[in-house]
Design a protein around this ligand. Structure first.
Ligand SMILES: CC(C)(COP(=O)(O)OP(=O)(O)OC[C@H]1O[C@@H](n2cnc3c(N)ncnc32)[C@H](O)[C@@H]1OP(=O)(O)O)[C@@H](O)C(=O)NCCC(=O)NCCS
Length: 232
């Protein structure tokens, strides 16, 4: 079981004492206000996801999320590499973090549902995806393109490659061209074409954003936690 924790800026406690010392040092080096806020939101979401999973008490400042050599986040508890993996995404004032067993690999992403340009479509998507996106009814075209983009980013995070890899190396497959309007999770698959590795994904549309989570080997088993005030 993995925990998906989703929050807004207002859910993040004031101050920095809840960050681990290494995270406080990283924050001190971040100058751009939006990047600082993203960092704080993402770290708080990741720590809350760990607290929702852990059966023993642990202080937020004893949890550290630190990038590895590829930039992918790794989780430490009391200075030791944790038996959990973590994936983080930020979008506008929202952050989400998924924490779960290290294996199978997983990744998560959050995107605004907004119009994308024609060059964006032709530069970053495969012919199959472009055909699927163009088949969308006019009122869901933005959802289709951002869902597809988010699925790619989640997969590239699970692979720890990020946008170093060509986004067309990931092919997104959705079962049909009629997606739920919102409120429910629906499934998709992605394939990393260089190796043929398949990822199972879940997508969720909420308040103008699309969230995706992918997992290698089997569909993500998610417990979703959203602070009540975030939904208010
Ligand atoms: C991973 C990546 C695609 C996410 O970009 P994004 O959509 O703008 O941002 P999101 O908010 O969805 O995700 C950001 C989180 O991705 C995670 N991330 C970064 N690199 C990652 C990687 N290689 N694998 C998995 N996760 C990664 C981080 O946790 C980051 O949040 P944090 O810095 O607060 O910890 C992008 O950062 C990337 O491609 N990074 C690797 C290549 C790189 O560093 N390029 C330089 C800029 S192009």
């Amino acid at each position: 079981m993995s925990v998906l924790y989703c929050l807004r800026t207002k859910d993040v406690p004031p101050g920095e004492a809840w960050l681990s010392p290494v995270e406080q040092k990283t924050l001190a080096g971040l100058r751009v206000p939006k990047r600082r806020l993203d960092y704080l939101r993402g770290r708080w979401a990741a720590k809350q996801a760990v607290l929702a999973m852990c059966t023993h008490p642990i202080l937020p400042c004893d949890i550290a999320v630190v990038p590895n050599a590829k930039g992918a986040p790794e989780m430490f508890l009391n200075g030791k590499l944790a038996p959990f993996g973590v994936s983080i995404s930020h979008c506008q004032s929202v952050a989400l973090a998924v924490v779960g067993p290290c294996s199978p690999a997983f990744g998560a992403d959050l995107e605004s549902i907004e119009p994308r340009s024609e060059p964006f479509l032709t530069d970053f998507f495969t012919p199959h995806e472009i055909a699927w996106i163009r088949s969308a009814p006019a009122d869901t075209a933005s959802l289709f393109v951002n869902l597809c983009w988010s699925a790619k980013e989640s997969t590239l995070k699970a692979l720890q490659e990020g946008l170093r890899e060509d986004t067309r190396a990931v092919e997104v497959s959705l079962p049909s061209s009629s997606l739920p309007a919102g409120g429910e999770r629906f499934s998709f698959q992605t394939t990393y074409k260089p190796t043929g590795e398949v990822f199972w994904g879940l997508a969720h549309v909420m308040e103008g954003q699309v969230q995706t989570v992918v997992s290698a080997q089997s569909a993500p088993d998610l417990r979703v936690v959203v602070p009540p005030q975030t939904l208010a």
